[in-house]
Design a protein around this ligand. Sequence first.
Ligand code: SF4
Ligand code: SF4
Length: 321
Amino acid sequence: MDRSDVLKAWGRILTGRKPSLPIEITRECPLRCPGCYAYEDNHLSGPGQTLRSVADYKGADLIDRILELVRQYKPLHLSIVGGEPLVRFRELDLLLPQLSDMGIAVQLVTSAVREIPRSWADINRLYLVVSIDGLQPEHDARRKPATYERILRNIAGHRVTVHCTITAQTATRPGYYEEFLEFWTPRPEVKKVWFSLFTPQIGSDDEEILTPEIREKILDEIEELSFRYPKLNLPKQVIEGYRRPPASPGECIFAKTTLNLTADLRTKISPCQFGGAPDCSQCGCMASAGLAAVGNYKIGGLVPARKIFDLSYAAGEILRR
Ligand code: SF4
Ligand code: SF4
């Protein structure tokens, strides 16, 4: 984000709009990743409603409806997630150039389970993010059929961001994430690497959950790695945000500036992209951490940016109502 993006986002907030619009464009996914929040029973708030049970769209219907949503909500940033977005690669092949022509920045988050069309490399403002959770043995076990072998083949000719979610199973293994960076960062297809931390639901006991001690230790470790691996995109402020996550969704700038829609293109996912009742005290979302850090920044050394945000947000809400 540069200064003009910040001003545009602020303008959206003042008028009661959300600058960011993530959409689960399909309910389908060929993967079954352990710890996946999208298919949890409480991901959507309607009774008995899950991502697998909602209606989704295909073909021209999907393209037209997404374009209509973009015209309606006028986001600065559209995030296309799933399910697995590449299940709808034919639709995306037509949709992505149109979104680019509309000046919308699009982030497409994928497992790279199938080939990413080469022509997408020339689409302006399209950012490809590929989820790779650990080194080959652990990743392949968790995310087959989107194995290392397939990913390496399917990202050829692109410049992607590698996004790795750190889990308890690997966070305690000495040198594990350095080895991960040694594998991925020299590759020309890799523009940068993001690390986020596994975020549980309140009261859950997933194996992936990082204890407070493990979390502190891995944050120290990846902070040190960020000095030595320039492609690791982990500003000090994000680390600070991970260390002090928002206390609740009401204090999360990211949740308040984002409208999440599921595959029926109507149902909202709240309070944030995780849905259900996420445990903010253990939040590992990089965007939330980054915006929390922005909120803590003191303008002129005096006024926390969060105060300005809260006032702007309240004004925007009044206007929206
Ligand atoms: S690829 Fe994403 S949506 Fe599909 S199972 Fe894995 S985490 Fe869930
Ligand atoms: S992004 Fe993190 S801090 Fe924000 S509402 Fe979701 S879990 Fe809570």
